[in-house]
Design a protein around this ligand. Sequence first.
Ligand SMILES: Nc1ncnc2c1ncn2[C@@H]1O[C@H](COP(=O)(O)OP(=O)(O)OP(=O)(O)O)[C@@H](O)[C@H]1O
Length: 336
Amino acid sequence: MTRHPLLDVRDLTVEYGRGRTAFRAVDGVSLSVAEGETVGLVGESGSGKSTIGRAVVGLAAATAGSVTFDGEDITRATRRRRRQLSAALQMMFQDPYSSLNPARTVGDSLVEPLLARRDVEPRRRRELIEAALRRVGLPADTAQRYPAHFSGGQRQRIVLARALVGTPRLVICDEPVSALDVSVQAQVINLLADLQADLGLSYLFIAHDLAVVRHLSHRVVVLYRGQVMESGPAETVYSRPAHPYTRALIAAAPVPDPARARTGADSPVQPDQPAERSAPAGGPGCRFAGRCPYVVDECTRRRPPLTQAWSGSQVACLRQREIADLARPKVASMAH
Ligand SMILES: Nc1ncnc2c1ncn2[C@@H]1O[C@H](COP(=O)(O)OP(=O)(O)OP(=O)(O)O)[C@@H](O)[C@H]1O
């Protein structure tokens, strides 16, 4: 058991472009992932989820803030150090078609993470590759074949085997099932859960679909246009969403549970509206103000800090108390 979180992202800001055209895709985001924990990172398209994942693995440069992995500040780690870390810190992308090189056998793709591991002798590589393939439910001879032989679900298993072969501690799963058929999605999600139980892996699980994240996540972080709107234990965020944006997201997700459907039903916000990019980088105010049904002038003037909400989550909303009163069932009149 480590005393510090395995991954600790503090006040991370990532800007694309420079000067007047600079666009702040991630704006002061903090989150952490403990050993053996899954943290779901949710938000609509363009909210900056992938950018956070890419900054953690060094594929996007942090403009400000820090990324700490197992106690080591890796925000500006050298290429050499990144390569050493690449086995322990893996990223799994959405599209299993583009993330495997079609011209290379599966075995050739899977050997890459092993090349970074000095402790693995070349003759053991084949054994480890076959073990990783078996671990994800694929036959060992998969290694000799090309990606074109496999379906989307099988390819995503191969991508997962590639992550496993380096014995990762943290896997950043960037929408790993979005491109798959619904029936196959559940298999991959269950496989991720089994691997976590067996190997103690940690996941930062990125998705726009709250339903997918819910099944797997211990905690959830809700992102909107580069800023954290709400974060907390998954069950709390789902059953008692405190931020108007979280409530809108939940209202828009397929909801089998009628009690849960009621939670966000009062929100007229459409979370699927494309997020405009009009807010200036680092401008004051809440990024959700333009779409919030509860907005008041102050919301556009200062950025709400993340504070403890009535629900037990951390919420960035200046009006959270008043909104909580609106959302609660009116029991006062029944008190006498
Ligand atoms: N290389 C880049 N250069 C410029 N802008 C970028 C770049 N990559 C992403 N962006 C922009 O940054 C914002 C955040 O993108 P990002 O991909 O991180 O969001 P996301 O929440 O993961 O969305 P999606 O679910 O669509 O992948 C978007 O507005 C996107 O257009």
